[in-house]
Write a protein that binds this ligand. Structure first.
Ligand code: CU
Length: 151
């Protein structure tokens, strides 16, 4: 009886002190706020390959949408961020996604005005580092970007 209690105690200690392994089926939820200062408050995200990731972007600014809108565009590894952002400027009709480079996009939110938010879900791709950017004109070039690191 006493030995039984010891085994249970050890099992409980193991549960408390051993970090649970990250399982691919554990969903990751990320909340990102975008500001009138052209910044994301979350500039790095980590995930495990195959993990379901949900990103909610909220435009926490107050400036009018025509002057200061934001989106979250996750690009495939190896994409030229500057070239993508430059091409995006002339495509407001397509949510600032250049149609001829749409194959570089893993996932993208809508372009959001003040107080708006949008949620996207995707499966974390193969291990690597992926850039995410805001493609509203000038924002990625001003530093509105972050990285998703997949392990
Ligand atoms: Cu922006």
């Amino acid at each position: 009886m006493k030995r039984h209690a010891t085994v249970i105690l050890l099992a409980l200690l193991a549960l408390v002190f051993l970090p649970p392994a990250v399982r691919a089926d554990d969903e990751k939820k990320v909340q990102i706020h975008a500001s009138d200062q052209m910044k994301y408050d979350v500039a790095s995200i980590e995930a495990t390959a195959g993990q379901k990731v949900t990103v909610t972007l909220t435009n926490a600014g107050t400036l009018p949408k025509a002057a200061m809108a934001h989106n979250f565009v996750l690009l495939k590894a190896g994409t030229d961020v500057i070239a993508f952002a430059s091409a995006a400027m002339t495509h407001p009709e397509n949510g600032y996604i250049p149609p001829d480079m749409a194959d570089k996009v893993i996932v993208a939110t809508k372009t959001l005005g003040p107080g708006e938010s949008d949620t996207v879900t995707f499966v974390a791709p193969a291990a690597g580092v992926y850039d995410y950017i805001c493609t509203f004109p000038g924002h990625a070039l001003a530093g509105m970007r972050g990285t998703l690191t997949v392990k």
